[in-house]
Ligand binder design. Structure first.
Ligand SMILES: [Zn+2]
Length: 479
């Protein structure tokens, strides 16, 4: 549902006496907005005003309303988002129709994150409960320092993030590759993106054996590579996005145990992230051409499913020895990357919930990145810090490939010996770039689902990567 945002330039107009629900970022105890009731509660809790730098204060009373206070301090994006999210959760627990946000300081970071976090958590997410509890929030009155242009950008990113969360949370019986492709087609015509699909019979004919190895295990064989293009009238640069879209991952014949198969409908999150970035970029009319490639399939068991020791030939002619059927993500991405990089662009960025190894390395608060260009990796780390969606750069040295040398094929898909599978996966993927020297960034999404939320997002599925990718594209445009 669309939430209306009213920008109130004159912040002095804000008064707790006139509003029911408010979240206030205040600079000092003497702020006019910091009411006597707030002061009294602070005293009752034996807290100092400075304690509010990390812990919000909620007060019931003025105008029979509910008011939350945060203390302003210089901080970074992630910390501000987290702090605002916690205070906001308290405010939104009563499911208000209108909330008032007040930021006493002009700090652009606080103002932006305050509105972004509020808007992000006002969106409806998929639910199959027979009695659906819809969010009631219709209006956000914003008392602070934001321009209409900044609001448009915030709305665009929120829309992209919400799209990613909605798709990722949709149950797998409702988001099969067939359904997913239909949804994307509808979205493409709504947003005026160019739409092209490569279905299984076309991919077989083309010789995309790595992708087909995974797609052939499903009945119906409805896997496909989808290609979308956003092209504004004028653009400065071109970006290629690639996303892993495994609508359900059983692990294949190397079947996952139930604990690890649970939530594997979220294995299409990389493609949802790429779509979310495309949505945000086109809503905000970024002056960039974006080609977006989505590898959509399921990883099933069955008589036609691929198996260990199979050797398949990828679209670029390289042969791959299958080691483990649960390493399907790199298989579908291999051929998708080859197709996606046939035309040059300023950067290729792929998103995938690719390895359990990255989750072990990072936990679920950061995602890991790899790049064949150290300067692109550095830029991405900066974009992550700025956007509050943090990434850490991992080694990408050639000698790691010694671990995936095969006796029978050009390369092994992975190893069975454990070791740094997240690095092996990145080295493996790099083999399928049409030009190995083109700037490429691989994002292994270990932070797509965080219990209790992460940064700005309150939902476990947090839409991580959309704002990061959007910021990175902005940073690439500015270079
Ligand atoms: Zn898998």
């Amino acid at each position: 549902m669309k939430v209306k945002i009213n920008l109130q330039k004159n912040s002095a107009k804000m008064s707790l006496k006139s509003v029911k629900y408010s979240l206030n970022v205040v600079k000092s105890e003497n702020s006019e907005i910091f009411s006597d009731l707030a002061k009294a509660k602070l005293k009752r809790l034996k807290m100092k005003f400075n304690d509010l730098e990390s812990k919000f204060l909620s007060v019931d009373g003025d105008n029979a309303g509910h008011h939350v206070f945060l203390k302003y301090s210089t901080s970074n994006t992630f910390k501000i988002q987290t702090y605002v999210r916690k205070g906001l959760k308290n405010l939104l627990s009563e499911n208000p129709e209108t909330i008032n946000l007040f930021c006493e300081d002009d700090d652009p970071l606080w103002n932006r994150e305050l509105l972004y976090t509020a808007l992000l958590n006002s969106q409806d997410l998929p639910s199959r409960k027979s009695k659906i509890e819809k969010k009631q929030l219709k209006v956000i009155n914003f008392f602070g320092n934001l321009s209409a242009k900044e609001v448009v950008e915030i709305e665009a990113i929120v829309s992209g993030n919400t799209l990613s969360r909605q798709l990722t949370m949709t149950p797998p019986n409702d988001l099969t590759p067939t359904h997913y492709r239909q949804e994307i087609k509808k979205l493409a015509s709504k947003r005026k993106w160019k739409f092209k699909e490569y279905n299984m019979s076309q991919l077989k004919r083309m010789g995309a054996g790595a992708f087909v190895a995974v797609g052939q295990g499903s009945d119906p064989q409805d896997a496909a590579i989808v290609h979308l293009t956003y092209q504004p009238k004028t653009f400065k640069k071109t970006i290629t996005l690639v996303g892993k879209g495994i609508c359900f991952d059983t692990g294949g014949h190397n079947l996952k145990p139930s604990k690890y198969m649970f939530s594997m409908h979220e294995d299409m999150n990389g493609s949802a992230t790429a779509l979310g970035i495309l949505e945000a970029a086109s809503l905000n009319k970024l002056p960039v051409k974006i080609d977006c490639w989505l590898a959509i399939a399921q990883n099933h068991i069955g008589p036609k499913a691929y198996k260990q020791n199979d050797v398949v030939k990828a679209l670029n002619g390289k042969t791959i020895e299958i080691i483990h059927t649960d390493a399907e993500g790199r298989m579908v991405l291999a051929d998708t990357l080859t197709l996606a990089t046939k035309t040059k662009s300023d950067a290729v960025i792929d998103f995938a919930t690719l390895t359990g190894c990255m989750a072990v390395a990072m936990g679920d608060r950061y995602s890991g990145i790899f790049s064949n260009k150290p300067e692109l990796a550095c830029l991405a780390v900066g974009s992550g810090q700025k956007s509050g969606e943090r990434v850490c750069s991992f080694p990408f040295d050639e000698d790691y490939e010694e671990d995936i040398e095969s006796d029978i094929a050009d390369i092994k898909q992975c190893t069975l010996e454990g070791g740094p599978d997240h690095i092996h996966a990145a080295r493996f993927l790099s083999q399928f770039l049409t030009d190995p020297k083109q700037p490429w960034l691989h994002v292994d999404l270990s932070s797509s689902n965080t219990k209790g939320g992460l940064g700005a997002a309150m939902s476990d599925v947090n839409g991580f990567g959309v704002r990061f990718g959007f910021s990175l594209i902005q940073d690439i445009l500015q270079k």
